[in-house]
Ligand binder design. Sequence first.
Ligand code: PLP
Length: 408
Amino acid sequence: MVKINENYLKLPGSYLFSEVARRIKVYSDAHPDAKITKLSIGDVTRPLVPAVVEAMHQAVTEMGTTEGFHGYGPEQGYDFLRDVIAQYDYRDRGVDIDPEEIFVSDGAKSDCGNIGDIFGVDNVVAVCDPVYPVYVDTNAMAGRAGEYQEELGRWNKLVYMPCVQENGFTPVPPQEKVDIIYLCFPNNPTGAVASRAQLKAWVDYANENGSVILFDSAYEAFITEDDIPHTIFEIEGARTCAIEFRSFSKTAGFTGTRCAYTVVPKELNRDGASLNKLWNRRQCTKFNGVPYVIQRAAAAVYTPEGREQTRANIAYYQKNAQVIREGLSQAGFTVFGGANAPYIWVKAPHNMGSWDFFDLLLDRAHVATTPGVGFGPSGEGYIRLTAFGDAEATAQAVARIQALAHHK
Ligand code: PLP
């Protein structure tokens, strides 16, 4: 009789987004005339830019010719893409990353989830609270998280680092020793960023303790402030303790196109093994590369036209973020994030819980949000709004929330 991976049975149901969808449906069924604006979605809405579309067309045409046909490509990605990533995302920022340290993939979600393959089961894992749920669930699946404690909303073997108003939603290294540290800046869900000094403290901690930082910078493109690091490798010492995940999803609207990459420096060794080599071995065994057409599309993001056009799309979302942040703060809400991130983290008024505030905004302003508690216990009392929607619908939604606040 086959034995299953029993860790899967310990996972709580994916309660958050299904419960959000259920409540929206119940409300819409009861109020068919209500037009709900979804500021809950974490998906982009702007179309692919012309430079990308053109590159894809060209690559498709090539694939239909004998000379231009591409079969299996290198598992790590084509040189034409790894070279421009190294140039534009790193060297242009004064950070020396070798193309051989870049592994192109089909998504940061896959990479964040798969990276656990190269680490033992007995490592102590630290996550932010609230957090992008993929880090937690994939460690639970691998048996690193222990048992889920329903009443606390947390796993007993994970170290949760509260990200709260008092620490500016950016945790400091813990007293205890942790081995694997997930950091995500700009942050989903709080929209917080980490300063150079804060990241330096983490890098020093990781080097001193032999830990590894898994740095998710999927939202790097949304950084506006000058002194905020765009990559962990801007921090001295990071090459011996950090792995970085990047994605074209939010940078260039690739959520449905699928392309991302992971950087594993050659100096990163643990237990006498090179993590670059282990990740290479893992990818070569379990992954057969990103389609040629998609990698051509991703490379087009770095052309002068591609850069200008994608920057305009980011600016569109940044404007939405500003409208939400300023609009809600004018209405008297306590608002965080949104300045260097597409997420706005709003404190529920009058000590309301996340779900009560969610219901209130759905019912009275016809705006769907995401309850903060769904991202971890420390998210209780907050909701997350996203800037990825249509500009006009976003502005109207903000106006309805303002009207609600003034009528109270
Ligand atoms: N990392 C974070 C923090 C995210 O919020 C998301 C998507 O929402 C991802 C990674 C996934 O990115 P990708 O589309 O490249 O899988």
